[in-house]
Design a protein around this ligand. Structure first.
Ligand code: HEC
Ligand code: HEC
Length: 456
């Protein structure tokens, strides 16, 4: 743990120089100047080796690739969706320039990715690491607004955007990254609008939202708010387009009767649905009986603390007393429980501390890092975690075997009733290594862009 403190500024120096190299078109690997790369899959490692991994595997070489841009082709988009797409891709809209939404939400990474950081949390425009792994923004048109509800007598939180549900709509969500110092770091909405007013797509912005929409953004706060709100509307329209919600995976083709799964994928799907064992579908909802892919969104959008191990590379985690408590902050204010609930039950908001919103698993195999803190870099390790959290906790948390990313007071919030988290140590791993491979194979069928084979 101690080694972390001096190493973090060093990491930043490495990242910064790599960024500059890329920005200047500097050749070669941006890993140059660091020790020979080790693998990035050391997820069971101690904090020291995790830090070592962070230094050696500081940033990926590739920036936004031609493939990303091809997958963002504008054909068939409405003018509003197209405008949202142009804003989404515009690297001028950060301070300093160079970071766009697409930097952390890359089409060829399942609309996630961490702006070239390989340590599980993104680099913002200032070259500083953030607190949380970039969530996919694909299929977010299906995320309901934040609410508390009672299901089978249990009070649960559902919906909202971000890991902690703090933004109610996509249009509101879209405005936060522009002003977040760890992301695009603009000083104000006014600063963002000044850039949009001189962008190549400013005429399209006026065409869509009115000839005078940008007229008074230099002087009137009301005009700034009105125009900035429309930036959110344009991005939301794009996020709801078929570019981000194409339902074009092999799984979808199977639902439509256009293809069948390979044996390993099919075995993985059975395991995924087995309510007594892996029980993935108990939370990541699917309905293979329906030919409508919208009935298989692979998330219930509810909140759980699943005991993900601490990612010691996150700068805030250098302070041992710091914890990301999801619904209980520190990024958001704790939500108030509705009076209708507090009147009839003793449930307290403390019961939600440490819980985060489950994402969709569509395109999950394309993402470079997993879970809210980006602890996992390898999908197979994620499935192994589900399989062995209860049977072999030392593997994930060190000798104590106690989940290490929540303070003692909130350990009781960690999920232990739903399979596979209800097992005892004596029950052993819920999946064999071969079965882990089958589940990973099935998850691979959820990636968009599957080409339906021609009928023989
Ligand atoms: C520097 C990286 C970075 C940039 C740039 C960025 N994001 Fe994100 N995005 C994240 C992270 C990290 C999260 C999760 C943050 C949290 O939960 O607090 C996130 C979450 C989201 C979500 C929530 C998804 C869900 O399921 O609720 C959406 C939508 C989104 N971003 C869209 C955008 C848009 C639109 C932009 C540009 C205006 C953008 N992002 C810019 C890193 C980034
Ligand atoms: C009790 C509900 C629950 C069950 C059961 C469950 N998950 Fe999850 N899953 C979640 C939650 C909540 C998260 C987000 C946790 C976090 O980030 O801290 C998540 C995240 C994930 C992620 C990372 C997604 C991303 O974008 O980072 C993957 C992959 C995943 N689950 C796969 C599975 C598989 C495979 C199974 C079955 C072996 C499974 N899950 C069972 C609730 C569940």
């Amino acid at each position: 743990m101690k080694a972390l403190v001096p190493l973090i500024p060093l990491c930043h120096a490495v990242w910064l120089s790599a960024l500059l190299l890329t920005a200047c078109g500097g050749g070669g690997s941006s890993d140059s100047g660091t020790a020979p790369a080790t693998t990035t899959t050391g997820t069971t490692a101690t904090s020291d080796t995790v830090v070592a991994t962070a230094v050696t595997a500081s940033v990926a070489v590739v920036d936004i690739s031609a493939e990303d841009l091809a997958r963002l082709d504008p054909v068939g988009l409405t003018p509003r969706q197209r405008l949202g797409q142009l804003i989404f891709n515009d690297t001028n809209l950060s301070e300093p320039r160079g970071t766009a939404c697409v930097s952390c939400h890359r089409p060829n990474m399942g609309f996630a990715g961490n702006n070239r950081s390989l340590v599980g949390v993104p680099l913002g425009s200032r070259g500083v690491l953030g607190l949380r792994n970039a969530m996919t923004n694909a299929y977010t048109g299906f995320v309901p607004s934040f609410a508390f509800r009672v299901e089978d007598g249990v009070t649960e939180a559902v919906g909202g955007h971000f890991w902690d549900g703090r933004a109610d709509t996509l249009a509101l969500q879209a405005l936060q990254p522009f002003l977040n110092v760890d992301e695009m770091n603009n000083a104000s909405a006014k600063a963002v609008m000044a850039k949009i007013a001189v962008a190549s797509y400013a005429p399209l912005f006026r065409q869509e939202f009115g000839a005078n929409i940008l007229a008074n953004i230099g002087t009137s706060d009301m005009a700034i708010t009105a125009a900035f709100t429309q930036v959110g509307a344009a991005i939301e329209a794009f996020e709801r387009s078929d570019r981000l919600q194409s339902f074009s995976s092999k799984y979808d083709a199977m639902l439509r009767g256009q293809t069948t799964l390979a044996p390993a994928e099919a075995r993985g799907m059975v395991l995924f649905q087995d309510a007594k064992r892996a029980n993935c579908a108990g939370c990541h909802l699917m309905n293979p009986g329906s030919s409508n892919p919208q009935d298989s969104l692979f998330s219930e959008y509810t909140y759980y603390a699943t005991g993900i191990p601490r990612n010691t590379v996150i700068p805030a985690n250098a302070a041992p007393q710091f914890y990301d408590l999801g619904l209980c902050g520190p990024v958001r204010a704790r939500p108030a429980l509705p009076v209708t609930l507090t009147a009839t039950s003793t449930v307290s908001i403390d019961a939600f501390c440490g819980k985060v919103r489950m994402p969709t698993l569509r395109n999950v195999a394309e993402r470079p890092a997993f879970m809210h803190n980006g602890f996992f870099k390898d999908l197979r390790e994620v499935v192994r975690f589900y399989a062995t959290r209860n049977s072999n906790p030392e593997r994930w948390y060190g000798p104590s075997g106690i989940p290490n990313d929540l303070p003692a007071v909130y350990q009781g919030n960690i999920e232990r009733t739903k399979a596979p988290f209800n097992r005892s140590r004596a029950d052993g791993p819920v999946l064999t290594e071969a079965e882990v491979g089958d589940v990973v194979a099935f998850l691979g069928t959820l990636s968009d862009g599957f080409v339906v084979p021609p009928r023989p």
